[in-house]
Design a protein. Structure first.
Lengths: 323, 420
């Protein structure tokens, strides 16, 4: 306080103050300009990176989807512009609606179960019992395994002839299920495998979110007589909302584009019963001897568009939370 | 913070537009540099094949290298996955740096010809007169061959002698579909499993179905006629009666072989390339040709790769390239090459030598003689479209989604739509 008063008494007289502040303003402006250039210099690597590895491929994909490519025009690079033809072809394809429906079911069911299971486990591990660290590390295994390994393993386990799952069912007297080869079960099977792979991600993020909630809030609530369920519903869950939102969004974007798991387990089949937009896009572009790059790129763009819509939705929700 | 974010975004957009514009204008020059890099290779000739399992020290690797040495150049060989090779070739052609010699799976040849990146064998002066017509047919479009088969393989039925003996079935008595199905039922009654094959939703699935489709007299341009439906019904009935396992829908030819190798199955539909594994299977086996619906051998599709010579900007390279190719396909070298690859030679005289060396190859030689190219008879690039619909129909009938006739009707409809 005394320091501030001393400061004030040392202020220069009004007349000289104007010129001094003008000069200071000039220096500050030059400084700010220099700052801005430095800022840009720091940004340059990431900007160049984003342009080369995100914007250009995105532009190429859009270009592919708007031209009529045959193998010859792909090589010669003179494919004629065809407007929305590829999109029209894709939308009228009998595969489109089943693929869209499967994508939605796959994504929403996966996320809902992953999130619920991940949250349950996170709350469980937040209690720090003995060996909880070790057990939590074990839960991370699905995340650490390469996807090709876990998908192939699931594919073996669910094999209708020699799979361990059908063997277990046989032991309890249930008839074998054609997990991967029946149109009714194929989608269910890939969803089960995907949930298993996605739980660790939800567990880790939600667990770290839980650790940011001050323990005294829970103590205070307990003193006020709130039971464990009420504590969870009125304290843990609301305070976890920002973390939950980011977990769900990341999970959504990640699950929308899942390709390798489905391709390894069922190839999108039998027929189209487990085809999603991602596997369909791949099948069009690379799945047969005669590639259809245009429609394949069109399906890919539709997928990007869906992810973008959800991304914008997230930003809106976040803004409302901030306000 | 928010202000900064907006500035960054604007900057990104601006720079992104700039770079993509620059990329557009420079795309012409990159292909030019690709071409000049090709001619700057000098004494090195590039060679792609779909045999990543063979490294430089393998017999195949040594043979390729020695053919380069004989032509006075170094051959740089790259082996890649067969399903990858077609797309890699298209991309390389787009950038103007295709390899000098490329071995591709035979149904891919017509796609690459459509793309305009392969030379005719007659333009290069390669002699293909001794090659069997049905084998080179897969690489022939409008009467001109665009490659030389390095070898051929095809499908037949392996059988487990122990299982057949226990079930009281004589393999020699299997002459048509009825006797084969009867044999499968006997095997099942004896507590063993019938037959395994691959009906996966990829080209492999079509490849395995074709002997039955053609064996019923089916026509790839008319998928929905009664003959095709008869073949699909045969497979469907086997699966629904438990004579074939339900997981054939998932089986690749490799996993189908693994099932057969367990020793539980009486029959396995598989190719020439499994002969080496058959000897290691631990039970006595035999091979019969796939029977036609009403007797005789069904035509199986030809498998195997073609040696092709992609178009180069610098046509001066073809002289050496021709020497390398001639070396690979000369009858004396073919015998060694096809023994290495476990293929049947595409030349009759060499086939006779192969049978002399190994009499077990005799049924395969006759199967290859009866085999048919998938892209033959003018089908060319129509085949990939038809094949995709065919394997889809097989999948939908075997999984119980549709009846065989409905599945094939839908397939014919879809194939017709795609070809406009």
């Amino acid at each position: 306080m005394t320091l501030a008063r001393a400061d004030r008494s040392q202020r220069p007289p009004a007349a000289s103050r104007a010129t001094a502040s003008d000069a200071a303003e000039g220096v500050r402006r030059a400084q700010r300009r220099r700052h801005r250039w430095t800022a840009w210099a720091f940004l340059l690597p990431i900007v160049a990176y984003l342009a080369a590895f995100y914007l250009y491929p995105l532009y190429r994909n859009l270009d592919l989807s708007l031209r009529h490519y045959t193998v010859r025009s792909f090589v010669d690079g003179d494919a004629p512009y065809s407007g929305w033809d590829n999109f029209r072809q894709v939308l009228h394809d009998p595969t489109f609606w089943p693929a869209l429906r499967n994508t939605m079911v796959f994504t929403l069911v996966s996320i809902a179960v992953q999130y619920t299971a991940g949250l349950g486990l996170a709350v469980f591990f937040n209690r720090h019992f003995r060996l909880s660290g070790l057990l939590r590390a074990l839960f991370l295994i699905p995340w650490l395994l390469p996807l090709i390994v876990s998908s192939s393993t699931w594919s073996w386990m669910l094999n209708s002839e020699s799979g361990v799952v059908n063997y277990a069912l046989h032991l309890v007297g249930v008839a074998p299920v054609d997990w991967l080869t029946s149109p009714h079960w194929a989608l269910v099977s890939v969803i089960i495998a995907n949930i298993w792979i996605g739980i660790p991600f939800n567990l880790v993020i939600l667990h770290s979110g839980l650790q940011n909630i001050p323990a005294d809030l829970h103590e205070a609530a307990a003193l006020d007589g709130a039971g464990p369920w009420q504590q969870f519903r009125r304290i843990t869950f609301p305070l976890l909302r920002p973390v939950s939102a980011i977990t769900l969004l990341l999970g959504l974007v990640y699950t929308l584009k899942v390709f390798d798991l489905i391709w390894i387990m069922t190839k999108g089949g039998p027929t189209d019963s487990s085809t999603t937009l991602a596997t369909w896009s791949y099948r069009l572009g690379f799945g047969s001897l005669l590639p259809q790059f245009g429609p394949g790129a069109a399906v890919g763009n539709i997928l990007i568009l869906i992810a973008l819509v959800f991304g914008l939705l997230y930003i809106r929700v976040q803004k409302r939370q901030e306000a | 913070m928010r202000h900064l974010r907006r500035t960054v975004l604007a900057g990104l957009l601006a720079i992104g537009t700039l770079t993509s514009a620059a990329a557009c204008s420079s795309s012409g020059s990159t292909s030019a540099t690709g071409g000049s890099a090709g001619s700057a290779k000098g004494g090195t000739y590039t060679f792609w094949d779909p045999y990543p399992q063979f490294d430089a020290s393998s017999d195949w690797g040594k043979r390729v290298a020695s053919c380069g040495t004989a032509a006075g150049v170094t051959v740089k060989r790259t082996g890649m996955d067969t399903s990858d090779l077609g797309n890699k070739a298209l991309l390389a052609a787009q950038q103007g740096n295709t390899p000098d010699v490329m071995l591709v799976d035979n149904p891919v040849v017509s796609t690459l010809v459509q793309a305009g990146i392969l030379n005719k064998t007659s333009d290069l002066g390669l002699d293909t007169s001794t090659i069997q017509q049905n084998i080179i047919g897969a690489g022939t479009l409008d009467g001109a061959a665009y490659g030389v088969p390095i070898g051929a393989n095809t499908l037949a039925l392996y059988y487990n002698k122990n299982v057949l003996k226990a079930a009281g079935v004589d393999a020699a008595g299997i002459k048509d579909w009825a006797s084969l199905t009867a044999a499968l039922q006997k095997v099942k009654a004896a507590g063993k499993k019938g037959i395994t094959f691959s009906a996966i939703g990829t080209e492999e699935g079509s490849f395995q179905f074709l002997p039955w489709f053609w064996g019923a007299g089916g026509d790839l341009t008319k998928l929905d006629d009664a003959k095709g439906a008869a073949a699909l019904s045969l497979w469907k009935d086997w699966v629904s009666q438990g004579l074939a396992p339900h997981d054939v829908l998932q089986n690749t030819q490799t996993t189908s072989w693994q099932e057969f190798a367990t020793g539980d199955y009486a029959f396995g539909e598989n190719g020439t390339w499994q002969l080496g594994n058959a000897a290691k299977a631990g039970f006595p086996y035999g091979v019969i040709n796939i029977p036609g619906q009403n007797g005789g051998s069904a035509p199986a599709p030809t498998g195997g790769e073609f040696v092709t010579v992609p178009v180069q900007k610098d046509s001066g390279r073809y002289t050496v390239t021709k020497k390398i190719v001639d070396c690979l396909i000369s009858p004396t070298n073919l015998l060694a090459t096809d023994t290495t690859l476990s293929y049947i030679a595409p030349v009759t005289t060499v086939q006779q030598q192969q049978v002399q060396q190994n009499s077990a190859l005799a049924p395969w030689v006759s199967a290859v003689a009866a085999a048919r190219g998938r892209t033959s008879n003018g089908l060319g690039t129509k085949y990939p479209v038809i094949s995709q619909q065919l394997w889809t129909a097989v999948q939908s009938a075997l999984s119980g989604g549709k009846s065989p006739q409905d599945a094939l009707t839908a397939a014919q409809q879809a194939a017709a739509n795609h070809q406009g």
